[in-house]
Structures are given as C-alpha cells and as structure tokens.
Design a binder for this molecule. Sequence first.
Ligand code: BTN
Length: 257
Amino acid sequence: MIDRFADLGTRLIGRYVRWHESLPSTNDLAVQLTEVSAPEGTVILADEQTAGRGRRGRSWTSPRGGIWLSVILRPELPLERVPLLGLGAGVATARAIRELTGLPARVKWPNDVLVDGGKIAGILAEATAGAEWVVVGVGINANIALAALPVIEGYPATSLQALLGHPVDREGLIRAVLRELDRAYAELKSGGTGPTLRRWRETTDTLGRSVRVEMPDGAIEGTALDLDEAGALLVRLDGGEIRRVVAGDLRLREPGR
Ligand code: BTN
C-alpha cells in the first residue's frame, strides 16, 4: 500500500492503492483480491502489464508510459444496472482526460474513449458471479509512442503524448480519473440510472449516427437512437425495426470516421 494518494479527497475509490512495477493484468490481481475480500475502493496500478486484457477476449497492449489500473467495487446494485458501471467509467475517464489535457475526449458505445476518431482509452468491467464484486479496469494510452501501439482496423489506437506533442503528468491524470470515478460511482448508487445516462449522452458522439455493430452472432446496421435504462444501445435498423444491443463492437458508418 502507498500513501502517495492520501490527499486524494475521494469518498471511496483510492482509499487503498497498490502500485506495482509490472503485473500480468491489474484486473486479474483485482479479481483475485475480491476472493480475500479486499476493501471496496481498492485500486491496483501497474507501470506495465504483460498480459493486459481487453473487451471480448482481446489482448490489450500495455507498455510503460500508459495508465493501467483496476478498481474493486462491491456495488450492491441490481444485476441489470451493472453495465452502467462500465458506461460511467468511460465517461469518468473521458472527463478526466479533458480536464487534464483539454483534448476533446468522447465516449463511443459502450465505453471506448476516443479523441478525433483515435482510441485513447478502454474500460473492462468484470463482475463475479451474481455481481457481488465488480472490477472496473481502465487503460489509457498516455505517454506511449505510436509505434508501440497495435494497429487496429477502424479505430486506430493513439496516445495522449502523440496528440499533444509532449508527455502528460501521469500521476495527475491518475488522480483525476480516480476522482471522476468516485463521483460517478456515488452518483450511480445514490441517484439511480438517470444522472449516469445523462452524462453518457452528453459525452458521446454515437447517438444519431449511422452505425454498424458487430456482435458474436452477426452484425447489424442502422441508426444509433439512444440507450435504454440498462445501458443497452437501441438501434433503428435500415429496415425500420428497433433492436436492443447489449454487447458488441460499434463503428460509425460515415466515411472518414
Ligand atoms: C478495451 O477497450 O478492450 C478494454 C481495455 C481495458 C484495459 C485495462 S488496462 C487495466 C485493466 N487490466 C486489464 O488487463 N485490462 C484493463
């Protein structure tokens, strides 16, 4: 444990912080710690991950210079609200990036963080059976050279350093992320789904756009209309039918996006 974050001023998140030089995955360690009932709000940080994980079973490149962290939560939320933790974490990350760098970070459903069409951050929220514990993993490509990032079709990975032309204050950004996560979590627990959904809508550029969503059982194309109460995306198919999408990879269909 380190007391470098003693002055963070959060209610819950970051009360205990473990900062490792290298880990396979901060989410893996956080999940293991839930098994020994680590206190809620514990944060695991690593300077590098050797087996970082992304959504949908993908790997997540995590060299030094990035921000790789996981938060242990015990949300006591109805199961159907758990996806909202991931949406809220995406918004919190985008807000922290905006606050610290001034870059126009926005969320793409469900919780990717993009700047000018490049992916700057991702969220991996994982619940234990019954959602008693939820681990929220946040990865931010902060001070990383573009050459060290993977080439991804559709949404190229980019870094804050590449966009700004100089490195960012990594610890300052970690603090901003933890404060925003703390606020978002408190809001979801006390305020119901409304404030979380409203902030997500304010921070996204997905809604109203022509989209293609790849899902395990196929792809759909149409217009992204809105989120429902559980954070699922409502898409009006080109034929008019409205589909509810719980999980998938979304791309904007307009050229150049
Ligand atoms: C995605 O966009 O696919 C989600 C990426 C999530 C990466 C973070 S980095 C910290 C935490 N530990 C992991 O292994 N993954 C998440």
